[in-house]
Design a binder for this molecule. Structure first.
Ligand code: HEM
Length: 417
C-alpha cells in the first residue's frame, strides 16, 4: 500500500508538483474528504477553495450574481500575499478579456468572441487541421515511433491557430516557438507569453492595414469596437485557452483508443467513432483539470459550506466528472460532463475544438498502422501545475500505412524544425 500524498505545510491537499502529476486522483480523493468544497494549495504559498461535487459546481457556475470572474477581487493578491512570480498568475491575474469579466462587459466581449468563432468555416477548419497533421506526421513517419505530445498533439493546434489568426508564413515559425515556450512549465513560459503578445500586436497592426479573412481581422473590425489592447487580450485568451486543452484532448482520445480493447476493437470494426471516444475522454480526462476560477462577491454558502468573499474558488472539472455520486456507466454519448464548463463562461469554442481533435486523431490513424503505446502499464505523468490534465509525453510505435499518399510539400511547411 502506498502512503497518501503529502499535505501542504498548512495541512491542505497539494494540487501541484510531482506527486499531483503522478497521482492526481488520490489528491482529489483527499479533497473530497473535506466535502463539497475544500481548501487546496495550488502553488507554493497560494491557496484556493476547490469544488469537487458535480451539482455544487453546476449551481456555482450558473450563479453570476453571487460569483464573479474578476480576479481583482482576490484579497491575497491585492494585499501582496501571493508571490509576484507565482506560476498561477499567468492564468489567474486579471486581463481585459472575456475570461475575467462579468455582466455587460462580459456580454460585449463574449459576443465579439462568439461572432468571430462562428465565422470559421468548419470544412476549412478540418482541412487546415488535416494539412497541419500531415505536415507533422511526415516528419516522423520514417522513424517507426514518436512522442505524440511533442511531435504531434502540442503542435497541431499551434499550426491551426497560426493559420486561423492570419499569420503570414514567415511569422508562423515564430508563433509556434512562442507558443511552445508559453506552454512549458519552466521559466521560459513568461518569456513565451511576452513573445506571443508581441506577435499578436504585430499581427493586429498588419491586419489594420491589410484586413483578411481571419480571426485577427474579424476581432479588430467587430462592431463591439474593441480597442487594440482588448483585441490583443481576446486573441491571447482564445489561443491561451485553446492550445493545451486541444493537445491534451487529442492525446487522451488517442490514449483511450490505443489502450482499451473495448475501444480499439469497435473502432476497428467501425462501430465506435473517434467522436464517441473523444466524448468519453472528456468525461474521464477533462483537459482543464481545475479551473473556472470565481470569487464570491460576499461571504456566502454553497451546499451549506461557508465561502468567504475574495478567495479564489476553482471548479475541479476532473473531480466533478468522476464524482462518485454520479450514476455509473453514463455511456459514450452523455454530455453532462463539465469539461467545457457551463453557465455564462462555458467554452465558446467547443465545436471548433472537437473538429480539430477529431480530425487530428482520424488523420493520424489513417496514416500510421499498428500504433501502440510504448508503455501501457503506467498512467502517463501529467505536466506540472494545477490547471491542465495533460500528459508530459506519450510515446508510441507504428509503421507507415500510406507513405506514398503523404504530400511531399507538407514536410517543409511551417511549424518547428
Ligand atoms: C478540448 C479543448 C478545450 C477544452 C476542454 C476547453 C475548456 C474550457 C473551459 C473549461 C472553459 C471555462 C473557463 C473558465 O470559466 O474559466 C473554457 C473557456 C474558454 N475557452 Fe475553451 N476549451 C477548449 C478549447 C478551446 C479553443 C480551441 C478555444 C479557442 C478557439 C477556446 C476558447 C475559450 C475561451 C475564449 C474561453 C473563455 C470564455 C468566457 O470566459 O466566456 N477553448 N474552455
Amino acid at each position: 500500500m502506498t502512503t497518501p500524498p503529502p499535505l501542504s505545510p498548512s495541512g491542505c491537499p497539494v494540487l501541484h508538483g510531482e506527486t499531483f502529476a503522478a497521482r492526481p486522483h488520490e489528491v482529489y480523493q483527499q479533497l473530497r474528504s473535506a466535502g463539497t468544497v475544500g481548501w487546496a494549495e495550488i502553488a507554493p504559498a497560494v491557496h484556493a477553495l476547490v469544488v469537487t461535487d458535480h451539482r455544487a459546481a453546476v449551481a456555482l457556475l450558473n450563479d453570476p450574481r453571487t460569483y464573479s470572474k474578476d480576479s481583482r477581487r482576490w484579497a491575497d493578491l491585492t494585499t501582496g500575499r501571493v508571490p509576484p512570480d507565482s506560476p498561477v498568475l499567468a492564468m489567474m491575474a486579471w486581463r481585459p478579456s472575456v475570461l475575467y469579466t462579468d455582466g455587460e462587459q462580459h456580454a460585449r466581449l463574449r459576443r465579439a468572441m462568439e461572432d468571430c468563432l462562428a465565422r470559421i468555416d468548419t470544412h476549412a477548419l478540418r482541412e487546415i487541421t488535416r494539412r497541419s497533421a500531415l505536415t507533422l506526421i511526415a516528419r516522423v513517419i520514417g522513424n517507426g515511433g514518436a512522442d505524440i505530445m511533442a511531435d504531434f498533439a502540442d503542435v497541431v493546434p499551434m499550426l491551426v491557430f497560426a493559420e486561423l489568426l492570419g499569420c503570414p508564413p514567415e511569422m508562423t515559425q515564430r508563433m509556434v516557438r512562442a507558443c511552445q515556450h508559453l506552454i512549458s512549465a519552466g521559466p521560459e513560459a513568461a518569456r513565451g507569453g511576452d513573445e506571443f503578445a508581441g506577435i499578436l500586436a504585430e499581427l493586429i497592426q498588419l491586419r489594420r492595414t491589410r484586413p483578411g479573412q481571419d480571426l485577427t481581422s474579424w476581432m479588430i473590425n467587430h462592431d463591439a469596437q474593441l480597442s487594440d489592447e482588448e483585441a490583443l487580450h481576446q486573441l491571447f485568451c482564445a489561443v491561451g485557452a485553446g492550445i493545451i486543452p486541444v493537445a491534451a484532448c487529442t492525446a487522451w482520445t488517442l490514449h483511450l483508443l490505443l489502450r482499451d480493447d473495448a475501444y480499439a476493437g469497435p473502432l476497428a470494426a467501425g462501430t465506435l467513432t473517434v467522436r464517441r471516444a473523444l466524448n468519453k475522454a472528456l468525461w474521464e480526462r477533462p483537459p482543464m483539470a481545475n479551473f473556472s476560477v470565481h470569487f464570491a462577491r460576499h461571504d456566502t454558502y454553497l451546499n451549506g459550506v461557508g465561502l468567504p468573499g475574495g478567495v479564489p474558488i476553482l471548479i475541479s472539472h476532473a473531480a466533478v466528472n468522476t464524482d462518485p455520486s454520479l450514476p455509473p456507466d453514463l455511456g459514450y454519448d452523455n454530455q453532462a460532463h463539465l469539461a467545457w464548463s457551463t453557465g455564462p463562461h462555458r467554452c465558446p469554442a467547443s465545436s471548433q475544438a472537437v473538429t480539430i481533435v477529431q480530425t487530428a486523431v482520424e488523420t493520424i490513424f489513417d496514416q500510421l498502422w499498428d500504433m501502440a503505446l510504448v508503455d501501457d502499464s503506467h498512467e502517463p505523468l501529467l505536466r506540472h501545475g494545477p490547471f491542465h490534465q495533460c500528459p508530459q509525453e506519450l510515446r508510441v510505435t507504428f509503421r507507415a500505412k500510406k507513405p506514398s499518399r503523404l504530400p511531399a510539400a507538407t514536410a517543409s511547411a511551417g511549424g518547428t524544425s
